[in-house]
Write a protein that binds this ligand. Sequence first.
Ligand SMILES: Nc1ncnc2c1ncn2[C@@H]1O[C@H](COP(=O)(O)OP(=O)(O)O)[C@@H](O)[C@H]1O
Ligand SMILES: [Mg+2]
Length: 241
Amino acid sequence: MSEAIIQTRQLSKEYVRDEFRVMALDEVDIDIEKGDFVALMGPSGSGKSTLLHLIAAMDRATSGSISVLGANLRTFTDREIAHWRNEHIGFIFQSFNLIPVLTALENVELPLKLTNLSKKERLEHSATALKLVGLDDRMGHMPKQLSGGQEQRVAIARAIVTDPDLILADEPTGNLDATSAEDVLTMLTRLNREFGKTVVMVTHDPHAAKFARTIRHLEKGKLLPPGRLPADWAGAIALRT
Ligand SMILES: Nc1ncnc2c1ncn2[C@@H]1O[C@H](COP(=O)(O)OP(=O)(O)O)[C@@H](O)[C@H]1O
Ligand SMILES: [Mg+2]
C-alpha cells in the first residue's frame, strides 16, 4: 500500500455567485493510497462534497493539480471525462439517485450502456452485481417498491457493475436507519477488503468513520494534517479509544 491513487496539490475550488465568493476548498494536498478506505469528515459546508466531486471529475477545480488513477483530470475535455468517470469511478449518493421509472436491474445496467458489452453480457453483469448486494430477488422491482436500505444497495450495485477501481460515497448512510446503515458500511468494507477497491467516503458520523482505515478532516475548505482532530469535535475521544 504505497501507490497514491489520488493525489492533489494546492487544489482549490472557489464558487462565485453574484458578488459572493466562497473558497469551498483551499489549497488541499492529499495523497490517498491504493487499497485504502478513507473517511472524509468535517462539519457541514467544510468542502467534503466539493473534494469528492473534484475526485470524481464531476466538477472542475479553480486552481492546483489533481491526479486520479494516474490521469491528470485538469487536462481532460468534458467528453473524455464522462467516459473516464464511467470506466473508473463508482459514485454513491446520499439520496440514492435511482431512476424511478427503471427496475432495479435496469438501473444497475445503465453505466454498462456506455460500454461495448452486448445486452446479454450487460444483464449478466448487472444480475451479478445485484446478487453481490443481496438483492437477486428484487431485480424486477421499481425503486418505490424498495426500502431506503434496498435502494442504496441497488445504488451500490450500480456503482460496482463496471468493476471500477475507485468507489466514492457521499454520506451514503445519511438517509438510512441504523440497521440499513450498518449493511451499507459492511458492504463498503467488503468491497475494500475482499475486492481491493479503494473507497473514499464522506461522512459526519463517527460510527460510520470507524469502518475506514484512514480518517481525514476538513475544516472551512482546509484539510487538517493526518491524525489531527478538531479540538472541539465531540467524536474525537470516542474514535481514539
Ligand atoms: N454550486 C455551488 N455554488 C456556490 N457555492 C457552493 C456550491 N457548492 C458548494 N458551495 C459552497 O461551498 C462550501 C462547501 O460546500 P460542500 O463541499 O458542499 O460542503 P460539505 O459537503 O462539507 O457540507 C459551502 O460554503 C457551500 O455553500
Ligand atoms: Mg456535502
